[in-house]
Ligand binder design. Structure first.
Ligand code: DUC
Ligand code: ZN
Ligand code: ZN
Length: 419
């Protein structure tokens, strides 16, 4: 029996550029539950011209009737106006939104310049908040993308080739240094490159509160997936892209030595085929231009099984470390502990009965996401979620769904806990 998983990086019903993810709060939280995750922290996106509070209210209205596991939100700041900054203290201390995500990538869409990031960091830091950063140098990457397209290099592999590891490292370093000056804890999302991890290690060795997560796809897949035939590689187009094998080894080492604190999924699902959810929810948008392939992949359901099989099963990490990476540390980092992330008197009875000996096959034909593919089709893993309890109520019993849409509760998170 282990604590219910806490996945602090999902995107349900989420607009991304011209696309939108294909899992609703109903399908996505059901998929999470079948994978042993009883709490997600998703994102509310501030659109331009909107204040962060307006973005939160909009997002709550979407999630509340549909979510079947507990949920919170990080707030994505895209427009760092004086009004937006003025709302941060209340969001952190009244509304339960203690972390803010900012993008150093996607110029003209989500990217905020260093001045904006620094202003938000200083304000959040002064009021107990955390800043999450998507660390890639978006301006330089844009040059590489435009060069590739001008040369007729439109296939999915060029998504990876135009997003080099050292541009993740450069932005990671910049984010950490800005956070250091602003005196705010910083959390790098979806860390993939060894060189980015090196900057985190360097900062942590100096005592800076810099933290990072990685995701199962960076631990189990490599850049070789982009050599698949036809348009198949589009399934693996996520940001940052899959990296070379030496990064994988560095990430596993990082998990072992606590240079990386959390494994979350960045569940950002788009179908491969246009039907049944339409082209804006599918990879086909980018058939003739890799830049238009929606960036993201499904994964929320397989985090526990993959990490148990590939981590505990191989002896890379201990069983305790597995629980820490998937439940306790994310709950602590994002102000949910001890309500979440622990089996203890007074904690929510979010419990997973996990069979460590049961072998099963990961497949889109049996998963519960709306996505029509998985990154791990046919992979055999040992370790399976058998029963899931949310606040004491049985919601997954083997293959049977007992949960209810609307039964998930919004979690007001406390000011950021550091671990
Ligand atoms: N970053 C994310 O965290 N999720 C989806 C796409 C992206 O770039
Ligand atoms: Zn990102
Ligand atoms: Zn994401």
């Amino acid at each position: 029996m282990i604590p219910g998983g806490v996945d602090v990086h999902t995107h349900l019903e989420f607009p991304l550029g011209e696309a939108e993810t294909c899992d609703t709060f109903e399908s996505g939280t059901r998929s999470a539950a079948f994978g042993g995750t009883t709490t997600i922290v998703d994102f509310a996106l501030q659109q331009r011209g909107e204040t962060p509070k307006q973005a939160l209210d909009r997002r709550l209205a979407v999630a509340q009737p549909k979510a079947s596991v507990d949920y919170g939100f990080h707030l994505i700041l895209t427009d760092v106006t004086p009004d937006a900054l003025a709302e941060l203290p209340d969001l952190i201390n009244q509304e339960g939104i203690s972390s803010f995500k900012m993008f150093m990538a996607y110029p003209g869409v989500l990217m905020v310049d260093d001045a904006g990031i620094f202003k938000a960091m200083r304000k959040a830091g002064a009021h107990g908040g955390m800043i999450n950063v998507h660390a890639e140098n978006g301006s330089v990457i844009q040059v590489l993308i435009e060069e590739a397209l001008a040369q007729g290099n439109t296939s999915p592999k060029f998504h990876a080739l135009t997003r080099p590891r050292i541009m993740e490292a450069e932005a990671s370093h910049r984010a950490i240094r800005l956070a250091e000056l602003a005196e705010v804890p910083v959390y790098l999302v979806h860390l993939s490159a060894k060189e980015a991890l090196d900057t985190v290690v360097e900062a942590r060795d100096r005592g800076i509160p810099a933290f990072a997560e990685t995701c199962p796809h960076y631990l189990f897949l490599t850049i070789d997936e982009y050599d698949r035939p036809d348009f198949e590689p589009a399934k693996f187009v996520m940001t940052p892209p899959l990296r070379e094998h030496d990064c994988q080894q560095a990430l596993w080492r990082g998990l072992k030595f606590d240079d990386l604190q959390i494994v979350s999924t960045d569940h950002c699902p788009f179908c491969f085929n246009e039907n049944p959810y339409g082209i804006h929810r599918s990879k086909q948008l980018g058939r003739d231009n890799f830049e238009r392939i929606p960036n993201g992949a499904p994964g929320v359901e397989f985090r526990l099984s993959l990490l148990f099989d590939g981590g505990v099963g191989t002896g890379r990490i201990s069983l305790n470390r597995f629980v820490q990476l998937t439940a306790t540390a994310p709950a602590k980092m994002f102000g949910l502990f001890p309500r979440k992330g622990a089996i203890a008197v007074g904690s929510d009875a979010d419990l997973v009965l996990f069979d460590p000996l049961k072998t099963h096959t990961l497949s889109a034909s049996t998963h519960h996401s709306n996505a029509d593919y998985t990154l791990y089709e046919g992979r055999r893993v040992t370790g399976k979620v058998e029963k899931v309890f949310l606040r004491g109520e049985l919601i997954v019993d083997g293959d049977v769904w007992l949960g209810r849409a609307g039964n998930g509760q919004f979690q007001r998170r406390s000011a950021s806990g550091r671990i």
